[in-house]
Design a protein around this ligand. Structure first.
Ligand code: ARG
Length: 457
């Protein structure tokens, strides 16, 4: 079949080349951006006297007709059309005749794909940012309920110090807030118009890139056309932002998996968001967090795939770049569903505060408090550490937690220990009042900080 670009060719292309070369099976995803871009372009051409008003109007009507055909499933997709840009242009010419052939004036597929794909990515930056905010809201709501719910804070997955469950949830709120900011910053940085850059060098036609900039909702036109048709930073940024987002999602997922084991029992996942086993009738499996953890690997792969495609490409456009879309479509789709389902899983899980408390009673979580107490009595920290070690050994020998030793027992270990010593878990948490710490009033400040962010951003 003869192509729209077939003038200098004496035969059509081989069938296998059509298949190899085509991006249409996946870049049809860009049809709205392509049609909107073409409408803005033709209107600008008319405003500049390059097309007549009637021609621009005819083109617009044809393009809107094509949009309808695509949305009603009436559009004929043909792999030989190569990509969404050619498919729409070919159909436009079928529909409106020779006027359709004028649309591609002062434009190349290189700036066309750049504008379409960039706008698609920009929108998804905002979609993801919105999803993340909904997730943060869930963490904040859980935190509000659990300011006094004690949880063993861990390092090395070993019991360390008592913290509140609220504090733990707000650690995630902090991570996801940075993710939110990254998507918004990426949007702002990349909201620049590639249209009108043409193949690589700009165009001799008297176009006005500021008009299409305004029509398409960009902040300004890109400054250098050679860069613009080569650049896929905006796509790499969303892939990185998603990788970071999913890395955070996989960390809370891992914790949900651990917390829902019978060994921990800190949470119970709702039936709605758990799955069963085909052979073991008793099983309730955390497939949701496991899949999120798994999909994190996949989105890292997508980032590395596109980084590798772009590595060493000479300026300007190279067909390699066509490989940019599938990884981005895949990562965006998987991130959106992962964050949505993570949110629902968190919302519907139950928190077993008694199990958390029980766990806090293991591992002598208040040992640091005893050392700190002795420091306040003038004991050098190293010595205080040693004395506390002896108290821990005593508790171990009696098979109890340090917080369960009586004052009398403790006083016998060191006579600087007085009646004012309180090694309870609650006192330990409440005393950690430094800025950003786990004491309930500090956690309350953090809740207010995130609520303000949710309201104002
Ligand atoms: N389908 C192509 C892509 O996605 C569109 C740009 C083609 N440009 C070209 N000069 N062959 O990259």
């Amino acid at each position: 079949m003869m192509k729209l670009w077939g003038g200098r060719f004496s035969t059509g292309t081989a069938k296998i080349l059509d298949e190899f070369n085509a991006s249409i099976p996946f870049d049809k995803e860009l049809y709205i951006e392509d049609i909107e871009g073409s409408i803005a372009h033709s209107q600008m051409l008319a405003n500049q006297g390059i097309l007549s008003e009637e021609e621009a109007q005819k083109i617009k009507e044809g393009l809107l007709q094509i949009k309808k055909e695509i949305e009603n499933g009436e559009f004929t997709w043909d792999i030989a059309d190569e990509d969404i840009h050619m498919a729409i242009e070919k159909r436009l010419i079928e529909l409106i005749g020779d006027t359709g052939k004028k649309l591609h004036t002062a434009r190349s597929r290189n700036d066309q794909v750049a504008v379409d794909f960039r706008r698609w990515v920009l929108k998804r930056n905002l979609d993801l940012a919105k999803k993340i905010k909904e997730l943060i809201e869930v963490f904040v709501n859980i935190a509000k309920e659990h300011k006094n719910t004690l949880l063993p804070g861990m390092t090395h997955l070993q019991h360390a110090q008592p913290i509140s469950f609220a504090y733990h949830m707000l650690a995630y709120a902090s991570m996801f807030k940075r993710d939110y900011e990254r998507f918004i910053e990426s949007y702002k940085r990349n909201n620049k118009n590639p249209l009108g850059c043409a193949a690589l060098a700009g165009t001799p036609h008297n176009i006005d890139r500021f008009q299409t900039t305004k029509a398409l909702g960009f902040d300004e036109p890109t400054i250098n056309c050679l860069d613009t048709v080569s650049d896929r930073d905006f796509a790499l940024e969303i892939l990185f932002n998603i990788s970071m987002l999913m890395m955070h999602a996989s960390r809370i997922s891992e914790e949900l998996i651990i917390w829902s084991t019978s060994e921990f029992g800190f949470i119970t996942l709702s039936d709605e968001y758990s799955t069963g086993s085909s052979i073991m009738p008793q099983k309730k499996n955390p497939d949701v967090p496991e899949l999120i953890r798994g999909k994190t690997g996949r989105v890292y792969g997508n980032l590395v795939a596109l980084l590798t495609v772009m590595k060493g490409l000479p300026l300007a456009y190279n067909k390699d770049t066509q490989e940019d879309k599938e990884p981005v479509f895949d990562s965006v789709k998987n991130a959106l569903i992962s964050i949505e389902i993570l949110k629902e899983t968190l919302k519907t899980m139950s928190v077993n505060a008694d199990k958390m408390y029980e766990a806090c009673k293991k591992g002598h979580l208040t040992a640091t408090d005893l050392a700190d107490y002795l420091v306040n009595k003038g004991v050098p920290f190293r010595e205080a550490h040693h004395i506390t070690g002896r108290a821990v050994a005593l508790a171990e020998s009696k098979g109890v937690d340090l917080s369960d030793l009586s004052l009398e027992e403790l006083k016998k270990i060191d006579n600087r220990i007085g009646d004012d010593l309180d090694l309870s878990l609650e006192n330990s948490m409440n005393s950690r009042k430094s800025y950003g710490a786990t004491a309930p009033q500090r956690v309350q400040e953090q809740i207010e900080y995130f609520e303000k962010f949710l309201k104002e951003s």
